[in-house]
Design a protein around this ligand. Structure first.
Ligand code: N2P
Length: 368
């Protein structure tokens, strides 16, 4: 809310001081962006608007499933969307995206070539998208509260913290949030049990469901964005959440000087690593404006600013030296090579397995 207000104030003041610039006069051009919540610097859109004269409508979501439903239902009304790579792969097959014209993206070569090669497993030839930011799905926690309820040797670097009933039942006194993200929570449960996080075996998901059903009574809520402020305010003590969001919670608490500290951990058993991809829906109305925005994001300074603000890792190798040392050297954001070995990426699963995952997870979240 505060950020939103800040953004419109900045936009308003730019509007005033630049009232006569050609950029602001030609304001017929519009661009509709649908991005994850808490996933952009507070001035990125205002700066882009001031530089290009394009009017941006910026909407947010906090779930791949929500974005997917919009994309598959026909006209989404968006010119730029940001699915995670595994979801994107299925959406490409469904014919949802335009092929990118790379001749219109001269700074494409700023993207990390190793990462682009990995992303070819989702989109051969990197034809439809490039990565915006990437991160991991791990555990955010408030060390003071966790120690209060579990003692000094609480297993804060293990999934035991939330998947062992003894622990989570005690932590439920200070509040435990889980992402409302079947495609990330089920793999974490599988990995915890020593099973393949990308299993295609239905029986494995039954086991994951049983594990989740056991801990479920102690989970305060399933939600994929509310935990940021709740962690920051000390209203919950643990969240299975996304790296940058947890670190944003930590920053907010620090700025509020409320005595709350928040840490992020990639559990020792391993964690999921995902890549959020920028793509243009086939039916986008404002394609030139979409390219203008994609080019804007390919600028090292622009994406470095965003990475600094949201605490997610940038796939733009030219931007990394521009990222604050504090972010660049935070192993929760840019995992060490050793930690990377423990990370798994999400495979594109057969539709029938996706259905099993969604059904199981719904049973868990509804408790039925
Ligand atoms: C940002 C969420 C990160 C995206 N709030 C998870 N793929």
């Amino acid at each position: 809310m505060i950020r939103h207000l800040g953004k419109s104030l900045i936009a308003a003041s730019i509007g005033c001081t630049m009232a006569l610039s050609p950029a602001t006069m030609a304001s017929e051009k519009t661009l509709n962006i649908y991005n994850w919540s808490d996933y952009i610097a507070e001035d990125t859109i205002a700066n882009f608007e001031a530089e290009t004269g394009i009017d941006v409508r910026y909407d947010v979501f906090d779930s791949n499933e929500v974005l997917e439903a919009k994309l598959l239902s026909g006209k989404s009304g968006y010119d730029i969307v940001v699915p995670s790579s595994d979801f994107m792969a299925k959406q490409i097959k469904a014919g949802v995206f335009k092929e990118l014209d790379k001749s219109k993206l001269p700074q494409w070569s700023n993207l990390d070539t190793e990462l682009m090669a990995l992303l070819e497993t989702y989109d051969e030839g990197n034809k439809h998208a490039f990565p915006y930011l990437w991160g991991t799905t791990g555990i955010g926690y408030n060390p003071d509260l966790v120690n209060k309820y579990l003692g000094e040797d609480a297993p804060t670097s293990s999934w035991d913290l939330v998947f062992d009933v003894n622990n989570i039942s005690k932590l439920s006194q200070c509040g435990v949030a889980f992402l409302n993200a079947p495609s990330e929570i089920m793999p974490a449960a599988l990995r915890y049990m020593g099973l393949d996080p990308n299993s295609v075996n239905k029986a494995d998901y039954k086991k994951a469901e049983e594990l989740l059903m056991k801990v479920r009574p102690h989970i305060t809520y399933f939600h994929s964005s509310r935990y940021i402020s709740d962690l920051a305010n000390g209203d919950i003590c643990v969240a299975v959440g996304w790296s940058g969001d947890v670190l944003q919670a930590s920053d907010r608490a620090y700025e509020a000087e409320n005595g709350v500290t928040v840490e992020y951990t990639i559990p020792d058993e391993g964690a999921g690593m995902w890549f959020d991809m920028l793509a243009i829906p086939k039916d986008a109305d404002n394609v030139d404006e979409a390219y203008a925005f994609l080019n804007y994001l390919l600028q090292p300074e622009v994406i470095a600013d965003i990475s600094n603000y949201v605490a997610y890792a940038s796939p733009n190798k030219e931007s990394v030296p521009l990222v604050d040392e504090e972010i660049r050297e935070n192993p929760g954001i840019y995992p060490t090579e050793a930690a990377k070995k423990n990370l798994y990426v999400f495979s594109v699963l057969p539709p029938k397995i996706d259905r099993v995952i969604n059904r199981s997870f719904t049973k868990v979240t509804t408790g039925q």
